[in-house]
Design a protein around this ligand. Structure first.
Ligand code: RB5
Length: 148
């Protein structure tokens, strides 16, 4: 599995910790975020990660900013991206199972490192259920995207 990961200046340390955490599980990371000491605008990092996911170079994306909210707003502007901003594991798991989310967002100023790793594990290790009712609802989201 390959994960594209991005961050702004609120989260370079947490991003590195997530990369290490995933690498330790044999999961490859494409780091599109900024380094400590750099300033970077979250929409640019979100775009870089979403392009990797939509282009098939990454299976899933992870975006970390101060709150996770700006990243999710930017990511969800991409057709085909379903980005979920989560701060607890139940949602991180269910957004894969039910929404087939392909990008996880969270805030380095919201969650600590322990919760961040749990969010990442819940998201990365959960598959979409494939259930017809969930797929129908995802198709309705896609239809909204197509109309607007
Ligand atoms: C940057 O200071 C902050 O606005 C950003 O990290 C994020 O929280 C935006 O949603």
């Amino acid at each position: 599995m390959k994960i594209a990961i991005g961050n702004d200046h609120a989260a370079p340390e947490l991003k590195l910790a997530v990369v290490e955490h995933l690498k330790a599980q044999g999961i490859e990371c494409i780091d599109m975020g900024c380094a400590a000491g750099e300033k970077c605008d979250y929409p640019n990092a979100a775009a870089a990660v979403c392009e990797k996911v939509l282009g098939g170079e990454a299976d899933l994306g992870i975006l970390i900013c101060g709150t996770g909210v700006g990243m999710s707003l930017a990511a969800n502007k991409f057709k085909g991206i379903r980005a979920a901003c989560c701060s607890e594991c139940f949602s991180a798991r269910l957004t894969r199972e039910h929404n087939n989310a392909n990008v996880l967002c969270f805030g380095a100023r919201v969650v600590g490192e322990g919760t961040a790793m749990d969010l990442v594990d819940a998201f990365v290790h959960t598959e979409f259920s494939g259930d017809e009712r969930h797929q129908r609802r995802i198709d309705l989201i896609t239809a909204i995207e197509e109309r607007n």
